[in-house]
Structures are given as C-alpha cells and as structure tokens.
Design a protein around this ligand. Structure first.
Ligand code: HEM
Length: 140
C-alpha cells in the first residue's frame, strides 16, 4: 500500500506553480500603497527566500531552514512596523496571487487560512497609535 500522503506543495503543482504564485505576489506587493515602501527595490533575494519558505510551509523540502536556519519569522519581521493594516494588505496580495497562479478555490482557502494566522502573528504594533492626531499611548 502506498502510504505517501501528498503534501500541499505537491497538490498545488510544486515548484512551477509556486514560482508563478510568488512572482505574482511581489508584483502586487510592489503596487500596494500600504506595504510597498517596506520592501527593497531589488526583490530578487526576497523572492528567492519566500519561495524557499513557502515550499517548506506547504510540506515540501525544507529549503528555507537548510539555508537560513530556523525561520523565527516574527523575530525577522520586528524591524518592520506591522499593524493589522499591513497584515491585511499582505494577505490581500497573497489572495490575488494565489488566484492568478491558478490554485483551486479549495486549496486557496486552506492555504489562506494558514497564512492569515501567520500574518497576524507578525503584527508588532499594538494598535493604531494615533486617534484624531493624539498619540494614543499618552492617553493610557
Ligand atoms: C503581515 C505582513 C507582512 C509584512 C508587511 C511583511 C514584510 C516583509 C519584509 C519587508 C521583508 C523583508 C524583505 C527583504 O528585505 O528582503 C519580509 C521578509 C520575509 N517575509 Fe514577510 N511580511 C509579512 C508577513 C509574512 C508572512 C505571513 C510570512 C510567511 C508566511 C512572511 C515570510 C517572509 C519571509 C520568509 C521573509 C524572508 C526572511 C529572511 O530575510 O530570511 N512574511 N517580510
């Protein structure tokens, strides 16, 4: 009996589909008014790392960890101010990119769910700091 259970990485079409997805994702990121400024002009290294990471995130070979060690994603994102607004902008780029890469609606929904939890885990700004121009921290 074949005990091999296909990973999501294989199910969506492996490297070929993931490449299309990640390329589309960063095209959206670069055009997004809320998060584009956080990213470097030259995205080639970012694209490469994201492909490695998503491959392992979806149960494919551990390409990211083999080269960079433990992902520690929250820690690696601390140098960028990420609030709920940035997390949902990031997710909306992912949503469009997955559709463009041709993932089935069912796989999109499973993966989007997992990505959402990871994205909100990345939030490192407690809330919008300003309420009508007043620094909210001064009111607490
Ligand atoms: C929540 C909103 C997020 C924002 C605004 C954001 C932004 C960024 C930025 C600005 C970088 C650095 C790019 C560079 O200098 O090359 C980065 C790197 C990265 N991000 Fe995110 N990110 C977010 C969420 C996520 C999530 C949810 C994941 C994974 C599912 C993720 C995975 C990565 C990876 C793997 C890297 C490369 C880390 C490295 O340098 O080794 N990010 N992100």
């Amino acid at each position: 009996m074949d005990k091999h259970k296909e990973s999501l990485f294989e199910t969506i079409g492996g490297e070929e589909v993931l490449d299309k997805w990640v390329e589309a994702f960063y095209r959206h990121v670069k055009a997004h008014p809320v998060i584009a400024h956080l990213f470097p002009d030259d995205l080639s290294e970012t694209v490469r790392k994201q492909k490695q990471f998503l491959t392992q995130f979806l149960g494919g070979p551990p390409l990211y960890s083999t080269e960079h060690g433990h992902p520690m994603l929250r820690r690696r994102h601390l140098r960028f101010p990420i609030g709920n607004k940035e997390a949902s902008a990031w997710l909306s780029c992912m949503r469009s990119a997955m559709a463009e890469a041709g993932l089935s609606p069912e796989n999109q929904s499973i993966i989007f769910d997992r990505l959402s939890r990871t994205a909100y885990h990345m939030v490192n700004q407690p809330f919008d700091r300003t309420i009508r121009g007043v620094d909210a921290r001064d009111t607490l």
